[in-house]
Structures are given as structure tokens and as C-alpha cells.
Design a protein around this ligand. Structure first.
Ligand SMILES: C[S@@+](CC[C@H](N)C(=O)[O-])C[C@H]1O[C@@H](n2cnc3c(N)ncnc32)[C@H](O)[C@@H]1O
Length: 261
């Protein structure tokens, strides 16, 4: 088992970064403009690789503004539920769906302890860098154990996240323009803790600014495979991306599917 990393600094409001970072609209300014084509590609790939059926109960854990939940629901996987701890992002997801004349299932809950029965789900998704948030490897493993608990035997899961590749760890400083703000992120890599630390400043067009930080433990594919096994999963397939490219030593992304035996 890999060594636990030291705890990242607390945020000024006293909450861990993975709560405070997703309050308000800052995340939407950074990532809300995900193009629909990317999400449709992700969902088509996942539906095929996980053999999803329209009557399956699917949990989109850490769904943020629920782009995958919405696309799955649109495709007839109506027993999909987006789960997230950010009420602001869930509210945005519900409002967006309503504005499009759609309805999606959403659940405000903590992935460390889901208010769901053992074995209730046919498939679990944990997508787009939604892992490695917690202070220790054992706590991260707890999230995988919880995903395992809610899956029925034979149920399948998919995760997709950054690897500690130089394209990610060496990202440096970059600025992106959102709908209502400009966001600058300074990204640094701490090789001692294996954490990717981001300091983010969001300058809104109305003249206000806010700052936040995040600190994500990046796992190599071998480390993540070890954690999945420790949680009880059998790993099925591994890719370097949603275009089914093979996972190699040079992959900057790791997409893995597994099942509960
Ligand atoms: C990188 S975003 C997810 C992106 C989303 N899956 C997508 O593909 O667009 C990470 C999400 O995890 C949520 N989150 C963080 N910690 C959580 C926890 N303990 N329980 C539930 N959600 C959590 C955050 O609120 C945030 O929306």
C-alpha cells in the first residue's frame, strides 16, 4: 500500500478544500463550458464498455453539474442519479435540466458514506478527476470501498483521472475565460506528497474576485489498480482516454473499468 500523504492546509473558512472549492459558481466558470460533444463521447464509450442497460441503476458519483447524468438520462438510462456534496452545483444541474425541459435525478450526499443500500446499483461512475481528494490514501480507499458496497455483485464501475504525467504536473500557470469571469490557476506538483496543488483566482466581470485552492493526490495506474483490488474490485479494462487509446507509460489520463465479483 502507498504511504499516506500529509494533510493539505485547511481553507480560510475551515472546511476542507473539496467542500469550499465547489461552493458558488467558480467551478462553473472554470469547467461549465465543457462541450456537449465531449460528454456525449464519454457516455457512448462508457455505455458500451460497462454494458449499460436502460433499466440499470447508475450512480454518477461526484457529478458536479451532472453533465454525464443528464446525457445518460437523455439516452434513456432514466434510473441514473447524480450524487454530489455541492448543493450549488446540484442546484445548477437541476435548473439547467429544467430549462431544457428535462428532469434528472440528483442526490446531495457524501461519497464517503452514501445514504444508499448495499448492492443497490448496477453501475457506478467516478469521472473527470474526482478521486484523490482526501488527506490520506486510506481515506481515498474508503471512497472505493463505498462504491464497492453500493454495487451489486457483477455491477461495474468506471473511473477517469489524471496520472502524474509531466503534462499535468508541469502545467504551470494558465488563464481561462468563462462566461462571467476570468480564472487563473497556478498549478504546482509536490513530488514528496505526490499531490497536485492548485491556487485559483477567479476575477468576475462585476469586479469581485475569489480565491480557492485544491490539492489532489495523483495515483499512477499501478497504484490505483492496487487500491481497486484492496477495495475488492476486479479490474476489467484500462485505457489512456475515451477514444480507447491504450494505456501506456506516457498516458496523461487513466480510464479504468472494474466490477464487483
Ligand atoms: C472534478 S469535479 C467532478 C466532475 C464531474 N464528475 C464531471 O465529469 O463533470 C469533483 C466533484 O466532486 C464533488 N465532491 C468532492 N468531495 C465530495 C464528497 N466527499 N462527496 C460527494 N461529492 C464530492 C465536488 O463537489 C465536485 O462537484
Amino acid at each position: 500500500m502507498t504511504q499516506p500523504a500529509p494533510a493539505p492546509a485547511p481553507t480560510p473558512d475551515g472546511d476542507p478544500w473539496w467542500i469550499s472549492n465547489y461552493r458558488g459558481t467558480g467551478y462553473l466558470e472554470r469547467y461549465g463550458s465543457h462541450d456537449g460533444a465531449t460528454t456525449r463521447r464519454d457516455v457512448a464509450f462508457l455505455a458500451a464498455r460497462l454494458a449499460l442497460q436502460t433499466d440499470h441503476t447508475i450512480l454518477d458519483l461526484c457529478c458536479a453539474f451532472a453533465r454525464h447524468t443528464a446525457e445518460l438520462t437523455r439516452r434513456g438510462y432514466t434510473h441514473t442519479t447524480g450524487v454530489d456534496l455541492s448543493q450549488d452545483l446540484l442546484d445548477h444541474a437541476a435548473a439547467t435540466a429544467a430549462a431544457d425541459g428535462e428532469r434528472i435525478n440528483l442526490l446531495h450526499a457524501d461519497v464517503r458514506g452514501l445514504p444508499l443500500d448495499d448492492g443497490c446499483a448496477d453501475a457506478v461512475l467516478l469521472l473527470f478527476n474526482s478521486f484523490g481528494f482526501l488527506d490520506t490514501t486510506d481515506e481515498d480507499l474508503g471512497v472505493l470501498r463505498e462504491a464497492f458496497r453500493v454495487l451489486r455483485p457483477g455491477g461495474r464501475m468506471a473511473m477517469d483521472h489524471f496520472t502524474p504525467h509531466p503534462d499535468t504536473t508541469g502545467m504551470g500557470t494558465r488563464t481561462v475565460r468563462g462566461d462571467h469571469a476570468e480564472t487563473t490557476q497556478q498549478v504546482t506538483w509536490d513530488p514528496a506528497t505526490r499531490r497536485l496543488n492548485r491556487h485559483t483566482t477567479t476575477a468576475y466581470d462585476d469586479g469581485t474576485t475569489d480565491t480557492s485552492h485544491s490539492s489532489v493526490r495523483l495515483y499512477t495506474p499501478a497504484e490505483l489498480t492496487e487500491l481497486l483490488h484492496a477495495a475488492g474490485f476486479v479490474v476489467d479494462e484500462q485505457f489512456g482516454g475515451y477514444d480507447a487509446r491504450p494505456l501506456t507509460a506516457d498516458s496523461s489520463r487513466h480510464l479504468v473499468t472494474a466490477h464487483r465479483p
